[in-house]
Structure formats: structure tokens, C-alpha cells
Design a protein around this ligand. Structure first.
Ligand code: SF4
Length: 447
């Protein structure tokens, strides 16, 4: 049986695409191997969000070239965002690559690989294709948490982002198809699904009849064995009162909301073309906390966007305090060729970005610790997903607000249980607790 090896860079969407590719190839009798040296096919799933990510890919392709020199029949493929954006640069800089294909062509991966092997010539497939829901995955029976793509693409055109160029326009999968997929996952042991889209809260507006993420929450919430629903990534611009009500009214929707802010300065937000102001963002946070007081927020922030002044940066710092994020992902702005921001004047020096990055991380760590400190003494619902990394005698799981909890299961809780745990200790990256009662008694706590 021919073997394939997958190398994945980038975001959850890429991880998910790699899983789909692995599932599709297995259906065509390919066997997955973790050893690239024994593979007949190596696929590199790429990310173009930052220059560093692209450099890593080219350096990996350089390494694979040596492997191919020893094994000329090896097929090397590049997929993902770089494939979509830089197909010609890949062919020029990495001539040992045989296959370049974008996300719309994922459904045809086996056919494309066959073509390369049959015709012994490079194949390039980066045009827009029909929207295909690929539900196949490599066998990993009983996985508790799964991602389910509900839509592809984005039409926001933030001035720093390549996604609209790499993933195309917004296209939603029909709710029935998504519900069927989640039902199948539940039958295989899944208890938590994360509904995935680049702008997931714009879900359904391109469908006929039109629908939305709130209605999808309700449908997925009816699937008995699914205990928790998460969703990512949202854009504040698309956040509606109806969706906020759905977060409140569908009990399985977890109290954890990733709501990218990107900058706390209105000038910077306008240059980013984000479509909201800091005031509007704060209004939304207040409305959400009004509806769901326990809501934990996480966010993405960019430091050093072109023209960002010290005063702009201070406003971002201030937002971290004001919102009180549980978790913050900080990125230093990096120019993406072909995006409007790449040619904006007043690019910020690297040392300034580095300094702002550190200050922001310090503030975010402090605020995150204050937020998790509030959990001390509380009883939280934990979805047990395995053993503690540091002590195999203990169980580990996550709260609804997405924090890791380690605790002694006392032989009465096991993987897959939803169980109440009293939080005794708040550590920098996790919580420690004590089993509160028997798992069977666990109510669907909303904390
Ligand atoms: S909403 Fe997100 S994916 Fe879409 S352009 Fe903006 S940053 Fe990129």
C-alpha cells in the first residue's frame, strides 16, 4: 500500500483540512505514515498569514528536495494558503514540488495525486471550485472534541489579511448537512463540537432560505450526545442581538467567546477596515455580559500595524484591562504582499513592535490571571478528556470557559464524563480541583 505523510502549518482550519485530506486519501487505499522517509507522497499544508510561516515552508521544501534526490518517484505536494497565493513562486523556488493545490481542490486530492503519478509532470490546481462538504476523517474513534466546518471563505477584506484571496468568498454549508455530520460524530463518541468558519457569525446569510448561526446552535443543541458547542472565529461586525440571545438560550453553547479586537484605536481599526469602533466593541461586550454574565472572552490583537502610534498602542492596552480578557493572542504585524496594509506608509520598526508585544503580553497575562483567580472556590463543570500531563494518576479536562482542570477522579470519573469539580488552586496555566460529586449527578452547570 502506498504511504503518505502530512506536514501542517498554521491555524485550526489547516489542521482540519489536513484531517480531511488524510481521510480522503485513506479512502483511496493510501496509508498514513508519521515517517517522511518512508512516504511515497508528502503533502505540506501551508500558512501565509505571516512571513515567518512562509519561510518555514520554503525551508521544509528545501529539506524535502534532498529526500526526493534519493527517491525520485516521491511526490511532493503543497496545499493551503501559500498554494493559493504563491503558486508560481513555489514552482520557481521549489522545483521539486510536483503538485500545488488550493482549498477548493481538496475534495479531488486523490485524483490530483494520481494525475501527477500517471503523467509525471507538475500539476497546478488553484482556481475556485464548487463548495463540497467533506466529512471524511482518518479513523480516530471516540474523539471527544471535533471541529466541523460550517462555512468557507471571507468577504471582509481587512487590509492586513490574505484570507479573502486564499479562501475566496463566504459560502455556507446547508444546516442539514452540518447536523448530519455532527450526529455521525456524536455516534462515534464526540461530546463537544467547535463550529468553524473564518467569519463564523456570518453563517447562513448566503443560503436560501437564509439562516444564521443562532438557528444552527439550536439544531446542533438538539443532538442528544453532544454536550458542548463552541464556535470560532467571529467578527464583531456580524454580531447580532439574535445571536447573543442564542448564546444565552441554547444551554450547550459554552461561555467562551473568541472575539478578535485587533486594535483598541479607532484610527487603526479604520485603517484595518474592521468595520467597528472600540466603542461599538465595548457595547457588544456589555450586551453579551448582560445576557451571559459568566462569558469568558478571548481575542486577537495586532501590534505595530502601519501608522500605530504610542497613543494608539496605549488604547489597545487599555482595552485589555477594560474588557478583562481570559486569553489574548498577540501578533506582531507582518507585511503580506498583495494586501493594502503592505504598502501603507509609516511601517513600524521591529524593535518597537517587539517592545509593544511584550508589554501587551504582560498586561494580558496579568488580566488573564485575575480572571482565572475568580474560579477559586467555585464548582465548575469539566468535560474529562484524558490524564493530567504531569500526573498520570489524575484526570484532566476543560471547563466550559475553556480552562484546563486537573483533578483526582477517585475512580468514579472517566474520560468522556461531564463532572463537577471544586476548584482549589489556580495555577498560571491550569486549575487544580477536587471531584465535587459523582459524575452521574453532574448537572449542566453554566460555569
Ligand atoms: S474577517 Fe478575519 S479572515 Fe476575514 S479578512 Fe478580516 S481578518 Fe481576514
Amino acid at each position: 500500500m502506498a504511504k503518505f505523510h502530512l506536514i501542517t502549518y498554521g491555524c485550526q482550519m489547516n489542521e482540519y483540512d489536513s484531517e480531511r485530506v488524510a481521510g480522503l486519501l485513506r479512502e483511496e487505499s493510501w496509508e498514513l505514515t508519521s515517517d517522511q522517509a518512508e512516504a511515497d507522497l508528502i503533502l505540506v499544508n501551508t500558512c501565509a498569514i505571516r512571513e515567518k510561516a512562509e519561510d518555514k515552508v520554503f525551508s521544509k521544501l528545501g529539506e524535502l528536495r534532498l529526500l526526493k534526490a534519493q527517491k525520485p518517484e516521491l511526490v511532493i505536494g503543497v496545499m493551503g494558503c501559500m498554494a493559493q497565493l504563491h503558486q508560481h513562486a513555489i514552482q520557481r523556488r521549489a522545483p521539486s514540488v510536483d503538485l500545488v493545490f488550493g482549498s477548493p481542490a481538496i475534495a479531488r486530492v486523490a485524483e490530483l495525486v494520481d494525475r501527477v503519478r500517471r503523467e509525471r509532470r507538475p500539476v497546478l490546481e488553484t482556481g475556485e471550485g464548487p463548495l463540497v462538504k467533506i466529512t471524511t476523517r482518518p479513523p480516530a474513534a471516540g474523539r471527544l472534541r471535533e471541529f466541523v466546518t460550517v462555512m468557507e471563505g471571507c468577504e471582509k477584506h481587512c487590509t492586513f489579511c490574505v484570507v479573502p484571496q486564499t479562501r475566496g468568498r463566504e459560502r455556507s454549508h446547508p444546516p442539514d448537512v452540518i447536523v448530519d455530520e455532527v450526529r455521525r460524530l456524536a455516534a462515534e463518541g464526540c461530546r463537544e463540537v467547535t463550529l468553524l468558519g473564518q467569519t463564523v457569525n456570518a453563517y447562513g446569510r448566503d443560503l436560501t432560505p437564509r439562516t444564521d448561526l443562532g438557528e444552527l446552535f439550536a439544531r446542533v443543541g438538539e443532538i442528544e450526545d453532544i454536550a458542548r458547542i463552541r464556535f470560532t472565529t467571529s467578527n464583531p461586525y456580524n454580531l447580532t442581538p439574535k445571536l447573543i440571545r442564542a448564546m444565552r438560550d441554547v444551554p450547550k453553547v459554552c461561555e467562551y467567546f473568541h472575539l478578535p479586537l485587533q486594535s483598541g484605536s479607532n484610527d487603526v481599526l479604520a485603517r484595518m477596515n474592521r468595520g467597528y469602533t472600540r466603542e461599538r466593541y465595548l457595547e457588544l461586550v456589555a450586551e453579551i455580559r448582560d445576557a451571559v454574565p459568566e462569558m469568558a472572552f478571548s481575542t486577537d490583537l495586532i501590534v505595530g500595524f502601519p501608522g500605530e502610534t504610542e497613543a494608539d498602542f496605549e488604547q489597545t492596552l487599555e482595552m485589555v484591562e477594560t474588557v478583562g480578557y481570559d486569553n489574548v493572542f498577540v501578533f506582531r504585524y507582518s507585511r503580506r504582499p498583495g494586501t493594502p496594509a503592505a504598502t501603507m506608509p509609516d511601517q513600524v520598526a521591529d524593535d518597537v513592535k517587539a517592545r509593544r508585544n511584550l508589554r501587551l503580553l504582560d498586561a494580558a497575562t496579568r488580566v488573564g490571571a485575575e480572571r482565572s483567580g475568580r474560579l477559586a472556590g467555585q464548582t465548575v463543570e469539566v468535560l474529562v478528556d484524558g490524564r493530567s500531563k504531569k500526573n498520570a494518576g489524575e484526570l484532566s479536562g476543560r471547563t466550559r470557559c475553556n480552562r484546563v482542570v486537573n483533578f483526582d477522579g477517585q475512580g468514579s470519573a472517566s474520560v468522556g464524563d461531564l463532572t463537577p469539580v471544586n476548584i482549589d488552586q489556580v495555577l498560571p496555566h491550569s486549575l487544580r480541583g477536587t471531584l465535587a460529586s459523582q459524575p452521574e449527578e453532574a448537572a449542566c452547570l453554566s460555569k
